[in-house]
Ligand binder design. Structure first.
Ligand SMILES: Nc1ncnc2c1ncn2[C@@H]1O[C@H](COP(=O)(O)OP(=O)(O)OP(=O)(O)O)[C@@H](O)[C@H]1O
Ligand SMILES: [Mg+2]
Length: 401
């Protein structure tokens, strides 16, 4: 069977390995340590850093494709591997647009994709001029290395923006400033493209962010009109083709208060907005990513139900006394339809520890499914029911869902 190497041993690699198993494969992972989420479960672990060319070479030896669970690998290393004959997928020439937000904005501009007004800031003088043309409020972003909202600063007035830009520049961090979009909500168009150029798009979803972190995904995006949804899918497929992406591409989108769709940023790997597909779509994003990089025909992306909700399990401020095992036990007693995905990570405040998927029951209302999914996720991290339910008052086998 083919061997796919994934650089990074986080939860995305862990869940890709899970999909690899069903295809008769074992995912090889390059991980920093044996206790990373994917290194715990794959027997084919190469220990080393994604910054180290020799480690990357060791991980790539004999692999049919080399792919990623994060955007941190230096382009120059990937270009060397490519010259040495490694199938780097997505190729570094495409991946750069998921690594560098300034490069991404410039390229999307050339491709005519709708996006917020932005300005690359290389000097304090630039900042002045940019702030005038953009109009407040603003968003300042580090071009590289941000995730879960890190490296993103919301700014209200030109003085504050100027000061913060000067601080970043003094630290030598390349930055850009964007108009802060007045948005109705955030959406994501998740697509996949194979080496051969086959494309597939999942239903467009709504993503809910809190403090810059994705907390919930609604699939499909509720009340999104059909034309807008189809246009967002087409945009995703077009960007994947034009940029030469191979694998899964997540296009993070803003729906403005006027109903316009703007591109926020790109991710070229399985993405949090696609975790619902594990239980809610005929083909999960993890299996699809493998199919794409191995040039297998892509799988059916239809949803299995009219509504699926994913809620992230984010570490509580205070780790509960109750063990995770016991929390899972109680959750299953109360909600037999909750599909739990835990990443094997230590508990820490705000950390993504897992997620829960709920496939709506026939006729179940959106609000009800959302509430149940969030309640389940909150329980798993906090050992507290958001509705004050007391499991000791209920029979072991009595369920309430
Ligand atoms: N131009 C903007 N206008 C309004 N809000 C924005 C803008 N850009 C970013 N945001 C908000 O900040 C969040 C994080 O921004 P972005 O996705 O660029 O950062 P990131 O840290 O690289 O992302 P991720 O968490 O997806 O890795 C967005 O999901 C959105 O809520
Ligand atoms: Mg983002």
């Amino acid at each position: 069977m083919p061997v796919v190497t994934m650089i990074g041993g986080g939860q995305l690699a862990r869940m890709t390995h899970q999909a690899a198993i069903a295809l008769g494969q074992t995912l090889r992972v390059l991980a920093g340590s044996v206790d990373e989420p994917a290194a715990q479960v794959s027997p084919d672990v190469v220990l080393g850093s994604h910054d180290d060319l020799d480690a990357l070479r060791r991980a790539a030896t004999g692999a049919h494709a080399l792919t990623f669970d994060h955007e941190g690998v230096p382009t120059r290393h990937l270009e060397v591997l490519q010259r040495e004959g490694v199938a780097v997928l997505p190729p570094p020439q495409a991946l750069i647009y998921a690594q560098d937000k300034i490069a991404m904005r410039k390229r999307l501009g050339e491709l005519g994709a709708p996006m917020p007004k932005f300005a690359e800031i290389t000097s304090v003088e630039d900042a002045r001029a940019a702030l005038d043309t953009l109009g407040d409020p603003y968003v300042l972003k580090a071009a590289r290395g941000g995730y879960d909202g890190r490296g993103v600063v919301l700014l209200d007035d030109p003085e504050q923006a100027h000061r913060v830009a000067a601080e970043y520049l003094a630290d030598g961090v390349p930055i850009m400033i964007e108009e802060r979009v007045a948005m109705r909500r955030e959406l994501a168009a998740l697509v996949a493209r194979s080496t051969f150029g086959q494309g597939a798009a999942w239903p467009v979803v709504q993503t809910v962010q809190r403090d810059g972190i994705c907390v919930e995904v609604l699939a499909p995006a509720p009340d999104l009109d059909e034309d807008t949804a189809a246009a967002a899918q087409q945009l995703g497929l077009r960007l994947a083709a034009e940029l030469g992406v191979v694998g899964v591409l997540a296009v993070e989108l803003f729906e403005t208060v006027d109903g316009e769709i703007l591109v926020n940023e790109l991710a070229m790997r399985p993405h949090n907005s696609g975790h619902w597909t594990m239980d809610g779509s005929v083909t999960s994003q993890f299996e699809q990513h493998l199919r794409a990089v191995l040039d297998y025909p892509l799988g059916d992306t239809s949803a299995r139900a009219p509504l699926v909700v994913m809620a992230n399990v984010l570490g509580a401020a205070q780790t509960p006394q109750m063990s995770v095992d016991e929390r899972v036990h109680h959750l299953f007693a109360r909600m037999p339809d909750a599909k739990v995905h835990l990443y094997g990570k230590g508990e820490r405040a705000g950390r993504k520890l897992g997620h829960v998927n709920l496939v709506a029951k026939p006729g179940e209302a959106l609000d009800v499914v959302r509430e149940r999914a969030n309640r389940a996720a909150h329980w798993l991290s906090h050992a507290q029911w958001t509705d004050g339910y007391d499991e000791h008052e209920h029979n072991e086998h009595g369920t309430d869902n």
